[in-house]
Design a binder for this molecule. Structure first.
Ligand SMILES: [Zn+2]
Length: 386
């Protein structure tokens, strides 16, 4: 997307772990793509521009638009072939674009995706590893589209860009032991390659290089969920880690949105048996039994009774949130719930409603994250090596 004047320099720094660049404009991430697949063969063809193929700093070939190139695991090495002709067998391969406009088409089975910037290939544990060495801003655009989908407003995409960029920087060491920065799955951020959505690209430009920082100036853990149900959750109620900016707030913006309410019917017998077996809950005590069958959360609670974590109940019964009441209806209990997701941090549906009401991305971020600031990225924000 962006023409970079740093290409020769970047080539030298290609796989040094922490980028030496000083601004977000030239910060690159190493993202493992197709990380969920056990890939043995991949075909690649340039969709735009020219690519040179390097192995151990020597140019060994180039990619051509008219011929598909196949890269195949061969023991611990990669066999590169064009049509049926073997080009060579290599330890590592780097695909180097001639400029920032280039685009690679990568195909695995029926799935085809396009990527910007560089690609490195090598074999590890019998699998073909593909590392997209991608400019941070290009990555953020791709991740926002993959995570949020198309059809949202530019202002909403600005929030997602801020969250994605902040996450990418805060988690630059997440896959350090595996020698890349992030994977392309929900474990890190979903990333399916280049973004061509105009609204996302406009949001990207408007927030370029900006991140969300806490009062100490560090990038925040920008948790988000689908809908808070009217009140967000303290981080320690879900993850045991207290965070000064992930505090519970009243959030009426979420209450009128599509995922604000849910219901699930569970047999009373099954519920009581669960409490008894898993938590030794005294279901034969008439007062306790009645409490188990009539449960109310005026405000969000952390536990059911005194000690049973609601987050455990949520996961055991596959509930949309921990923010529910229990109302008996004969032998059945109606779990009447609010919201969708863990409830920590920003509510996406609440944010969409705030955008519709005229709030801007900065106001929305500051509503959901307490005492945070928007600040330009600098390299001191990258976490230190442990
Ligand atoms: Zn990951």
């Amino acid at each position: 997307m962006q023409k970079s004047i740093f290409y020769p320099l970047i080539l030298i720094l290609f796989f040094s772990f922490i980028p030496y660049s000083l601004s977000a404009d030239s910060l690159y991430l190493n993202v493992r793509i197709f990380a969920h697949r056990n890939i043995k063969t991949i075909t690649i063809v340039p969709a735009q521009g020219k690519y040179q193929v390097f192995s151990q700093d020597k140019q060994v070939s180039e990619l051509s638009k008219s011929i598909t190139t196949t890269f195949k695991v061969l023991g611990k090495k990669i066999k590169m072939a064009k049509l049926d002709a073997t080009i060579g067998i290599f330890d590592t391969i780097r695909l180097v674009p001639e400029n920032g406009e280039c685009l690679l088409k990568v195909r695995n089975g029926k799935e085809e995706r396009k990527y910007q910037d560089y690609l490195k290939l090598y074999v590890s544990g019998g699998e073909l590893y593909m590392i997209n060495h991608v400019e941070l801003e290009n990555f953020v655009a791709g991740a926002v589209l993959s995570e949020a989908g198309a059809g949202k407003s530019t202002e909403f995409y600005k929030i997602q860009c801020m969250i994605s960029r902040t996450y990418a920087i805060r988690n630059m060491r997440k896959h350090e032991l595996e020698k890349f920065h992030q994977c392309d799955q929900v474990h890190c951020q979903l990333y399916r390659g280049v973004c061509t959505n105009r609204d996302v690209l406009e949001a990207l430009l408007d927030t370029r290089g900006l991140v969300i920082v806490d009062s100490a100036g560090g990038p925040i853990s920008a948790a988000f969920h689908s809908n808070s149900g009217g009140e967000t959750t303290n981080s320690e109620d879900v993850w045991s880690l207290q965070s000064p900016y992930l505090r519970s707030i009243k959030d009426t913006f979420s209450s009128t949105m599509p995922m604000a309410c849910w219901e699930k019917r569970i047999p009373a017998k099954e519920w009581l048996n669960y409490l008894k077996v898993k938590y030794k809950y005294p279901i034969n005590d008439s007062v306790k039994r009645s409490q188990a069958l009539h449960f109310k959360q005026k405000d969000r609670k952390k536990n059911f009774g005194d000690t049973i974590p609601l987050k455990n109940i949520r996961s055991d019964f596959n509930l949309k949130s921990t923010y529910f009441d229990i109302i008996p209806d004969g032998d059945i209990l109606i779990f009447k719930g609010k919201g969708f997701g863990h409830g920590v941090g920003l509510s996406q549906e609440g944010a969409i409603n705030m955008v519709n009401k005229g709030y801007n991305f900065e106001e929305i971020i500051k509503f959901y994250y307490k005492d945070v600031r928007i600040a330009p990225f600098d390299t001191s924000m990258i976490p230190q090596k442990k």
